[in-house]
Design a protein around this ligand. Sequence first.
Ligand code: AHG
Ligand code: MN
Ligand code: MN
Length: 337
Amino acid sequence: MAQRTLARYLTEEQRDKGIITGDLKFLLEIVSRACQAISVAIGKGGLGGVLGEAGSDNIQGEAQKKLDVLSNEILLEANEWGGHLAAMASEEMDLPHLVPHRFPKGEYLLTFDPLDGSSNIDVNVSIGTIFSVLKCPEGADLSTPQAAEAAFLQPGTAQVAAGYAVYGPTTLLVLSVGDGVAVFTLDREQGSFLLTQDQVRIPADTKEFAINMSNRRFWEEPVRRYVDEMLAGREGPLGKDYNMRWVASMVADVHRIMTRGGIFMYPLDSKMQEQGGKLRLMYEANPMAFLVEQAGGAATTGRRRILDIAPEKLHQRVPVILGSKNEVERVTAYHSM
Ligand code: AHG
Ligand code: MN
Ligand code: MN
């Protein structure tokens, strides 16, 4: 049997289940091409002059790396001419990017974190790209980038597709169009993504957690309690020994959870009280929450389901707790005690 390329998978989803349109298929195929181009750029590393600082800051006041800027440009250029998008928004841009007048416009909105795990670029550890697709509301005002922001402010439940690429020892594309989660592996010789796993399931229970422990003293009490209980191991109230992993690239940490379960937390802490959290709702939390739920896991802020949040602004940040369902439910329950 011929191997299923991403294009073939999407065609079958479209034909057999009718859940995606031709435009969405085209959009996802183009995003996957952009991820391939980013993967090639990353692979060049020091030889391609792509490492190091760009010398600029993004809207969130974070120093941009050359690869943050390059990946953002690759995604913009790949997507603006195809006629399937109305606008794009990125972690690295202050305002939405409108499709230039010389190109046709379509009915979808695309948001992305072009390069996730920036602190790992220069140390040759896995990094990624995260993206989310929304329908552009009918009659949305796209006359200026400022006006276009409102079109994006939809809850995560409205996503029609979400995915991430992880640039690790292999380059993977993990995708959901609302019909489970599929994993594609980049065949570098062929230059295409091939289906290597379908209907990914995250086990409901786990013995592995991911959190940046150096923030412990800034956490709220429910998270501190939960982590202390895990650290207490077999003798503690949870009655089992836990292992800890923290890559510090959300894509890599989430991908490990997709593969073997676990719980990931970037909770609210007192340093980030004002911003509302560290991770970004539109570019990180919503697409990952969509994927995790599609794989049978759960995703909350500790207080509510991430996908139900009505966004107030494009660059909104939220606390994120996601992964194995029973563990996410446990720590979420601690927040309401
Ligand atoms: P980005 O590189 O897109 O800014 O995202 C980094 C995020 C996320 O990938 C990761 O989980 C987290 O920041 C790591 O934070 P710490 O450096 O605080 O561990
Ligand atoms: Mn990120
Ligand atoms: Mn980023």
